[in-house]
Design a protein around this ligand. Structure first.
Ligand SMILES: *[C@@H]1O[C@H](CO)[C@@H](O)[C@H](O)[C@H]1NC(C)=O
Ligand SMILES: *[C@@H]1O[C@H](CO)[C@@H](O)[C@H](O)[C@H]1NC(C)=O
Ligand SMILES: *[C@@H]1O[C@H](CO)[C@@H](O)[C@H](O)[C@H]1NC(C)=O
Ligand SMILES: *[C@@H]1O[C@H](CO)[C@@H](O)[C@H](O)[C@H]1NC(C)=O
Ligand SMILES: *[C@@H]1O[C@H](CO)[C@@H](O)[C@H](O)[C@H]1NC(C)=O
Length: 147
């Protein structure tokens, strides 16, 4: 009987204490994605300092599916916080892109109306609290992607 009680106690302690901690840790693991969208055409535009694209709609797409959407701020900057349970950091890097859905003509009338800027995601570092930091740093113009 004593052995069974101990076993039951152990199960209850496991269920009541260990599981919530594991769940809390899993539930709070996130990746952050940051980037600056350039207002320019041409391949491999890395971190623009001038000619940024404010107020542009930006999508995180994975295997062709839009996972999250945001809008760039006045400095062309954007960020996403993606729970690892939704998309793991490994999948973000291997399967996902940042797609700018607003056409470039919106920031500069000389730029095309067709095509979109796209950037893959690259690993930056991991914070002490376990947040995986990713960035979109190489936007390239791709014609005929959407629309
Ligand atoms: C961007 O440049 C990197 C290296 O500088 C290269 O590996 C990559 O293929 C280029 N991508 C495009 C779309 O030109
Ligand atoms: C941003 O875009 C929205 C919708 O396209 C528009 O209503 C708004 O005025 C724009 N803001 C700026 C600062 O351009
Ligand atoms: C724009 O967004 C970027 C990335 O989140 C941020 O670093 C920057 O401070 C923001 N700038 C403004 C003017 O809000
Ligand atoms: C608009 O785009 C054209 C063509 O790339 C460029 O020559 C011009 O400097 C851009 N204008 C501004 C205000 O960025
Ligand atoms: C991660 O990189 C950023 C700059 O890109 C730096 O400010 C930060 O201190 C780095 N964090 C760690 C934990 O290395």
């Amino acid at each position: 009987m004593a052995v069974k009680l101990y076993a039951l106690l152990a199960v209850l302690m496991f269920a009541g204490v260990v599981l919530p901690i594991a769940h809390a840790q899993l539930g709070t693991l996130v990746s952050t994605i940051t980037g600056i969208v350039p207002c320019s055409l041409g391949n491999n535009i890395s971190l623009p300092t001038t000619n940024v694209f404010p107020n542009a709609s930006v999508q995180l797409t994975c295997g062709g599916n839009a996972i999250a959407t945001t809008t760039t701020n006045s400095s062309g900057g954007f960020s996403f916080v993606i729970p690892s349970l939704l998309v793991s950091p490994v999948d973000l890097i291997s399967k996902c892109n940042i797609l700018v859905t607003t056409p470039l003509v919106s920031c500069n009338a000389s730029l095309p109306t067709d095509g979109n800027l796209v950037s893959p995601l690259t690993f930056v570092n991991t914070t002490v609290s376990g947040i995986v930091r990713l960035a979109a740093v190489s936007f390239a113009f791709v014609r005929g992607l959407i629309g």
